[in-house]
Design a binder for this molecule. Structure first.
Ligand SMILES: [Zn+2]
Length: 97
């Protein structure tokens, strides 16, 4: 539940109000009852005050990654398998007349 800081434009009274986001803003100054009690936009109730929780994100590590060398070398020429000589159809020992 966020905390809203209010300030009275009439008497200068300031107070933080814990409110639901859906709650209507506090309309009247609790100190003087004036109706210039306004929410201070800059007052954040989310603990975002202070420094450094996001400041370092872009200081380092923002360099683009080097592309991996995607270029493949030239297609390998496959050495053809040693072709065995075709078996001779006729057996020299069997071809005698
Ligand atoms: Zn006031």
């Amino acid at each position: 539940m966020p905390i809203y800081e209010y300030r009275c434009g009439s008497c200068g009274f300031e107070k933080e109000h814990l409110q639901k986001v859906s709650d209507a803003p506090v309309a009247a100054c609790p100190a003087c009852g004036g109706n210039v009690y306004t929410k201070l936009i800059s007052a954040a109730g989310f603990q975002l005050k202070g420094s450094g929780w996001y400041a370092t994100d872009f200081k380092n590590g923002a360099q683009p990654k080097p592309k991996p060398d995607a270029e493949a070398p030239a297609a390998k020429s496959e050495t053809p398998a040693s072709t065995a000589p075709a078996a001779s159809a006729a057996c020299p020992a069997c071809t005698s007349d």
